[in-house]
Write a protein that binds this ligand. Structure first.
Ligand code: CP
Ligand code: NVA
Length: 333
């Protein structure tokens, strides 16, 4: 099968932030993701940039189900070998410098993904790595999740990827976490109107908000932060939420509930969104806390497609990163 998606030239070396991609590059990745999904359903795997197999090092400092699964399956389907590394039991966990780890990994693997705490450590890994480094979640951002979410929106709404610009996208809940930051940045790159509804005590990262405003100015999108949940979802095409207790915040769990209760995704809140609005949640979810169970378990839930799309969106991203590195013309036959 010959790919019909033409990825833009000048693809970045690494994918650490949502705005590492231009609007055109992001749209190309999403189109390729949709194409790879259809091919897989037909039993085809047309892109094999890791054939050999070449190894991808998948490093995790935090728990994961979806990210670990989708990168492992994705790397295998691209012809490669997924090497899962529990970073806490590696020398990295005992304080070996990130840069030394990057140099050692670069001599043996074709790609590195890393889920960790401080975003600066991921940047240090990328700076010292000769092979592409991909953000598998940091405290600041979760950009691979946003690619899967955008793919899900494109699949469920008329117009597909071309209709992402202008989509009204509301996120309600903890505005001070990686998902809020990535929705702002990735949504702005897509040309969407992103509204974050969160208490005044849990604002998005100010630097990310500024960067999102800058991205939105280029794409015709917009970003805003409001403190009333009904105002946030008014007229929304899509409503997203996330846990109120992110990984690493478990000790504060008790105090992290009350402020967010008004921002829970319930049928009452959704009554203010567009009648056909879809609901997204990156998972894991806490039914009856940030989201009513009906949006996960009811007919028409988008959430399971969203979880599956981690596989397709990340495969497309890896194809783009690896083909760019090989100097191959996009998309390659
Ligand atoms: N959404 C997500 O990243 O899930 P995991 O933590 O299970 O990887
Ligand atoms: N905000 C959540 C996302 C989990 C995928 C966390 O960081 O735990």
């Amino acid at each position: 099968m010959t790919s019909t998606t033409h990825l833009s030239q000048d693809f970045p070396r690494h994918f650490l932030r949502d705005d590492d991609l231009t609007q055109a590059q992001q749209a190309d990745v999403l189109r390729l993701a949709i194409e790879l999904k259809a091919a897989r359903t037909a039993g085809l795997h047309p892109k094999r940039p890791l054939e050999g197999p070449k190894t991808a090092a998948l490093l995790f400092d935090k728990p994961s189900t979806r990210t670990r699964l989708s990168f492992s399956v994705g790397v295998a389907e691209l012809g490669g070998f997924p090497l899962l590394i529990d970073a806490s039991t590696s020398q990295l966990g005992r304080g070996e410098p990130v840069e030394d780890t990057a140099r050692v990994l670069s001599r043996q693997v074709a790609l590195i993904t890393w889920r960790t705490f401080e975003h600066a450590k991921l940047e240090a890994m990328a700076a010292a790595s000769d092979v592409p480094v991909v953000n598998a979640l940091t405290d600041l951002l979760h950009p691979c999740q946003i690619l899967a979410d955008l793919q899900t929106v494109a699949e469920h709404r008329p117009g597909g990827v071309d209709a992402l610009p202008g989509t009204v996208f509301a996120y309600v809940g903890d505005g001070n976490n990686n998902m809020a930051n990535s929705y702002l940045l990735g949504g702005a790159v897509a040309g969407m109107h992103v509204v974050v509804g969160t208490p005044e005590t849990h604002l998005p990262d100010p630097g990310i908000l500024e960067d999102a405003r800058r991205a939105a100015a280029l794409t015709g999108g917009s970003v805003s932060v409001v403190h009333d949940a009904a105002e946030a979802v008014a007229g929304a095409d899509v409503v997203a939420t996330d846990t109120w207790v992110s990984m690493g915040q478990e000790a504060e769990a008790a105090s992290r509930e009350t402020p967010f209760v008004p921002f829970a995704v319930t049928p009452e809140l959704m009554a203010g969104a567009k009648p056909d609005a879809g609901v997204l949640h990156c998972l894991p979810a806490y039914r009856g806390k940030e989201i009513d169970a009906s949006y996960l378990d009811g007919p028409g839930s988008w959430v399971w497609d969203e979880a599956e799309n981690r596989l397709h969106a990340q495969k497309a991203l890896l194809v783009a990163l690896l083909e760019a590195r090989e100097g191959l013309p996009f998309p390659g036959a």
